[in-house]
Design a protein around this ligand. Sequence first.
Ligand SMILES: Nc1ncnc2c1ncn2[C@@H]1O[C@H](COP(=O)(O)OP(=O)(O)OP(=O)(O)O)[C@@H](O)[C@H]1O
Ligand SMILES: [Mg+2]
Length: 279
Amino acid sequence: MKKMISGKVREVYDLEDGRLVIVTTDRISAFDVILPTPIPGKGSVLNRLSQFWFDKTADIVPNHTLPGEPPPPFDAPEYRGRAVAVKKLTMLPYEFIVRGYMFGSMWKEYQQTEGFRGYPLPRGLRQAERLPAPLLTPSTKSSEGHDVNIGMDELSQGLGAEQAARLEQACLQVYARCYDYALTKGVIIADTKMEFGLDETGALTLADELLTPDSSRFWNAESYTVGTSPKSYDKQFVRDWLIQNKLDGVTPPPEIPADIAQATADIYGECLARLTAEN
Ligand SMILES: Nc1ncnc2c1ncn2[C@@H]1O[C@H](COP(=O)(O)OP(=O)(O)OP(=O)(O)O)[C@@H](O)[C@H]1O
Ligand SMILES: [Mg+2]
């Protein structure tokens, strides 16, 4: 069996029978670099949360998950909760970002131009304000450097108008369902990134991770206020510590102190517990 991809967070193995095994590690990246300090339990949280959402949305769009436990050696204890067998897909070279709120790179551009890549947006929106309707704002997936935000026109040029429309519908439906659900748990899904591929029949299939703190901005609904930068369930602790110590973007990246790593692990755990709570 060969290792196909060693990503920032995942190790991907090819079972050479149309399946892959994805192992989600405890690695954490901040400011686009992997830190040397693992976050205990993070991989398992991401994997379990993705499975939870894949189950919840399988009737909207097919996803890459396969039933059953992963085959040996991935049944070993060290892989428990973090290894899954999935359908091997031909990935589309885009990231499918759905935004429900004015934030991040959209906010950056909107402040300058009152617009964003030609998407329909009213004037006068404030930071973290809810958009009139969620938008799919794809970006190109580049192996080097930063992903580039593109307009829906560019996505249509790349994939054809029909496929682009299908993707838009799938992304917005997945977002809407999970957004409504998360809100009942006190979590606002401000935005999220999805990845899609095509299976052997050419069917559009949702892949990678789904609605995790790594791929999404989750805000606490109770403390959310417009016009501020809401506290989010993710790497904020690690990012803040790096910034405070003037270590953001420094290479090689530094070790994170144990208390910061543990606090971050606790946030990931709390996020899973909150979102998957029975009531
Ligand atoms: N079903 C699938 N078939 C083929 N490739 C997949 C499938 N699911 C996920 N992948 C790919 O596996 C890799 C997962 O690794 P990981 O998330 O660590 O990568 P990364 O892309 O380097 O990080 P980032 O998420 O920050 O872009 C990605 O390249 C993703 O596109
Ligand atoms: Mg990834």
